[in-house]
Design a protein around this ligand. Sequence first.
Ligand SMILES: Cc1ncc(COP(=O)(O)O)c(C=O)c1O
Length: 335
Amino acid sequence: MSFPVCEHHGGRLHEAARRWGIPVSDWLDLSTGISPFGWPVPVLPASVWQRLPEEDDGLAACCRHWLAVPADAGCLPVPGSQAALQLLPRLRTPCRVGVPSPGYREHGLAWQREGHSVVSLSFEQIDAALPDLDVLVCINPNNPTGHLYSLDTLLRWHQQLAEKGGWLIVDEAFLDASEGESLVSHCGKPGLIVLRSLGKFFGLAGVRAGLVLAPMALCAALDERLGPWALSHPARWVMTQAVQDREWQQQQRQRLRQARRRLNGLLAQSGLFPQGDSDLFAWCLHDKAETIRNSLARQGILVRHFDKPGALRFGLLGNENDEQRLLLALQALPV
Ligand SMILES: Cc1ncc(COP(=O)(O)O)c(C=O)c1O
């Protein structure tokens, strides 16, 4: 199995600082899909820092209400969707798993680590591969391409997998900032697992909070493996407030849409052709992608570079100064 060649993750500023000889504080980091506009975290009550978290604190109920989770589905807060995607492969005996390519590599790595046989699939290859798979992972919208899967397609794949005891895992980490439809209303059905994240749309990647929506028994099995207090009390408190703040979420959708439009305009002016249906990042295919990444890095602007196909992923710009800085850097490109 081969994964597309790329840097391991975005957001590794300390590594970039060492590699390019530019201090951490001087970088404009566009290498992640994390919103530059974070949910405004208030001062936390002292008891939240001092006391252990309690599972019946109302967080799960708030999340159920936020996403209108069906009553017969499990709803498990987790320390980031990463924690869940790493544990899911431990709940199955060795099987055949399809992961998206290009796509967030951690899915494939997690299944591979637990001894499963993993195949990387482009969107077009999935239908033909499905009869030979037990588990299919889809990222909706996909990171890094921003490709959106239709609900009908996902439900059809789920049906095919569930009939033979298989799983469809839909990673909706970036869904809040897109026109895509969530599968949450179908959760509770055997073999359907949906992952959500507080890191991207809410801009709270540091808090490490996410959600698993899946059959009750599967959530219980994950919960058992996570053990007590996996999600910190501050993380639970912040998540409870953020998911209830509908007004901010509404404004955030508009903010992200506008920021994505401005980013598109800026990239298009510079001969790059932004694609993808996530408002949190733009995907640009380019045969000189590596040269562009290097040139931007020398100017202290960090973007994600992908190989095969050559492409760049740009995160959103948080203010006009940063927009101006990227524009000037793009105009100075040697390509
Ligand atoms: C597609 C996708 N899913 C899940 C994650 C994990 O995010 P978190 O653990 O912050 O929820 C990431 C992180 O970049 C991601 O890109």
